[in-house]
Design a protein around this ligand. Sequence first.
Ligand code: ARG
Length: 457
Amino acid sequence: MWGGRFAEGPASVMREINASIPFDKRMWRQDIAGSKAHVAMLGACGIVERTDADAISAGLDRVAVDYEANGVPVDLALEDIHMLTEARLADAIGPVAGRLHTARSRNDQVATDFRLWVRDAIDQVDAGLVALTRALISRAEEHADSVMPGFTHLQAAQPVTLGHHLLAYVEMIARDRSRFADARARMNRCPLGSAALAGTGFAIDRAMTAKALGFDAPTANSLDAVSDRDFALDYLMAATQCALHLSRLAEEFVIWASQPFGFVALSDQWSTGSSIMPQKRNPDAAELVRGHAGRIMGCMTALSVTMKGLPLAYSKDMQDDKPPVFEAHDLLALSLAAMTGMVETATFRTQRMREVASAGFSTATDLADWLVRAGGVPFREAHHITGRCVKAAEDAGTGLADLPLDTLAAIDARIDQRVFDVLSVDASVASRTSLGGTAPARVREAIAAARAALEQH
Ligand code: ARG
């Protein structure tokens, strides 16, 4: 494609290090779409004869049919998907193929193809996020009243409902969706027509190609357009944040599935056995979701470091933008699907959760709050009195609610029979009615709100 000024061909290792076709063949659909939009515009603007433009467009369709049927051939000599497609086009329609690259460079071509690819990737991820949200909402609805221990420091803190806990992830995922949507909106400008770096002298119509490819507008600065990979980094940063959320949920599944917890049993479909220990049911998928998050962050770091020292405009380093994005996307798509499957099919051991919630003096705050409300005791003092009650229960080897009234009243005379109304875990969660709280009534409202939000976006 550029042999005119060279007497010798490249060294074979040069070919190897230079080629991106082994990975950028994944963008063949975007490359064909970009070329078709470009040549239609060249025809409409009279830069290429209409008949030639039509022949090129039809030829590109033939190349696409061939790629679809036989795959994209990896020929290192042709370097990348852009040169390969042009070569295949020439095979199909002859020398008129050479008119396609008028008023364009591979620099604006690759920037356009990659944006189109990332845009599709975002749409795919969003569908996965919606599916996971639906799964979480439906399990949350099932467990709007199921009491479990809420933790801080992984120590039993206060009772919450499992529904409320699952809805916490619905919130995170809604933010992830909005980050991806932001990234999509920001990247939706078309670089095509920026040419190598400076623009072109041909009287092209950039608005036409931008519109044909579904972009909101052409990019404004040709130097920026060919050297900008913010859109890929935006994707990777949103993917990192999302993977981080999935990893936390995965970690909770790993902990909950352990024998000492026993809060969840993953379905057979989402468990693995051991080759030596016949009793094992391992949460491998959850562990891999947790592990993949690390790799996704690695991809984000890789591209950040690739870009940080590059002068304007295009440098070949930028060819290294695609592998981390493709890898992160594959890992994220797989993680989302696996997490959705695990959530949909897990059996939550609600009896066990309730026992643990009742065991750890987790209604101590309720006792302190009751002293404030019923006895007019300042909270600090109530905290101290309650601490002594907890100590008494610990010494007696019982829960707070099982202590005789005499024992409680001996600690503080303001405690009376009514205190037992607040010491059960059910009473505790039912009382947490503040906005965003864990009371089952609030959880049901939150479920309705989350469903309504899904309908809107
Ligand atoms: N394969 C290249 C890439 O992925 C295409 C752009 C090449 N441009 C150039 N000036 N060498 O970035």
